[in-house]
Write a protein that binds this ligand. Structure first.
Ligand SMILES: [Zn+2]
Length: 408
């Protein structure tokens, strides 16, 4: 209880109440008093302000008790909308979610291949306008936009350092350019950080969980939510499990190290091996000009449908990712690990079963508690959905969530 009381005394109490209503709603004021240890007048005041602000609403249902009937509270799903754009190697995915994390709109467009930074900003702004106009969302209903992609990110400056395959993006101050252009708060973060917040928010996970996400796209990353907030580290570049060495002095990696997990288990590496094998790529009709992400989907589908050679490649990758999952669980003492990202979209089941098995056998905490392993319900869009969750958390539950830049 000591931790809750100190949280209650600080500015985080509003965020705490929002988070409890989000994760356990519908819930009554009396239950909030019981769970938080805050006084009844304090809860009443905070709830009244949240209702006035439109963040929380009464359901109209009551719970019959011996005393006064208790009114139930839920998050108002229309309080605000979040926009997330995921920057992939060849596509931009834009998702709009309501306050509770439900997807209300989605659009996928090709990423600008040339034209310099101005074309990047123009493409992102045009996508934002098209999606929000198409949904008829007035600007004041949008909490903000997050642009998420592969790290490293420079959150303070508002851009990406060097997204693989996207030289136009490096050094571009996206936050400043887009805030000025769109007039809504804009933030930039890594795809894995966004994905873990999105899964946490949308699954109504309690803040008491130590909740992790293993994210696989072109690279492999992870994120952790502790006490309801994303663990950011010094610069929001945490969880680089793909750059943990699995082979001493092994293959050189673009990060500057050697023997990184990514160099043996990432989709592009499996595709390269399938291409090198020749016969497998020929049999699956993977052409040299096919982008790696598309070729990996073909390979993963073949593995799921029983192609032995494809299956062996995927199983090798799953075994290495399972080592990564054990490392994550052991570092963080995780309750739950969700697998998200386009890399899990087709053959997620192969990865989930291997990771479950390995954690049950080898996690340090296995005799104390199990680690629940789930596949994201939407692995491909998880980072974009998470971007929307990042802005919503910063907007409706400020104080413990990531902060969004001030409105221009
Ligand atoms: Zn590396």
């Amino acid at each position: 209880m000591a931790r809750r009381e100190s949280a209650a005394a600080g500015p985080g109490s509003r965020a705490l109440i929002v988070d409890l209503i989000r994760s356990s709603g519908p819930i009554s004021r009396v239950e909030l008093v019981k769970v938080t240890g805050l006084t009844q007048p304090t809860i009443s005041n905070i709830v009244r302000r949240l209702i006035d602000d439109g963040v929380v609403r009464e359901t109209g249902d009551t719970v019959a008790t011996r005393g006064k009937p208790r009114t139930l509270l839920v998050i108002n799903s229309r309080a605000a909308y979040g926009v997330g754009i995921h920057v992939g190697a060849d596509a931009l995915t834009c998702v709009v979610t309501d306050t509770r994390g439900g997807t209300v709109g989605r659009q996928l467009v090709a990423a600008p291949a040339q034209g310099g930074p101005a074309s990047v900003v123009a493409a992102l702004a045009a996508l934002y306008d098209e999606v929000t106009d198409g949904l008829g969302l007035p600007p004041q209903s949008v909490a903000g936009m997050a642009v998420v992609g592969p790290g490293p990110v420079d959150v303070a400056r508002g851009g990406f350092l060097a997204p693989p395959g996207l030289p136009e993006w490096a050094g571009l101050d996206l936050v400043q350019a887009l805030t000025a252009r769109l007039g809504v708060p804009v933030l930039v973060d890594s795809d894995a950080a966004a994905a873990v917040v999105g899964e946490f928010w949308g699954r109504q996970v309690s803040r008491e969980r130590t909740f992790g996400c293993l994210y696989m796209n072109s690279g492999i990353g992870s994120g952790v939510v502790l006490d309801g907030a994303l663990h950011r580290g010094a610069s929001s570049n945490t969880g680089k499990i793909g750059h943990v060495a699995v082979v001493h002095d092994g293959e050189p990696c673009h990060c500057g190290s050697r023997g990184c997990l990514e160099q043996y288990a990432a989709p592009r590496v499996l595709v390269a091996r399938a291409r090198a094998a020749g016969s497998l790529a020929d049999r699956l009709r993977i052409r040299p000009e096919d982008p790696d992400a598309r070729a990996f989907d073909v390979l993963a589908r073949a593995a799921v449908y029983g192609d032995q050679e494809a299956r062996a490649l995927l199983e090798e990758s799953a075994a290495l990712l399972a080592e990564g999952a054990v490392t994550l669980a052991n570092l963080w003492d995780l309750d739950t690990l969700v697998l998200a990202g386009p890399g899990f979209a087709v053959a997620g089941s192969i990865y989930v079963s291997e990771i479950r098995r390995r954690l049950a056998e080898r996690a340090f905490t296995r005799d104390v508690h199990g680690v629940r392993v789930d596949l994201s319900s939407n692995p491909r869009d998880a980072a974009a959905i998470g971007g929307a969750a990042l802005v919503l958390q910063g907007s409706v539950a400020p104080g413990h969530g990531p902060q969004v830049a001030a409105r221009a």
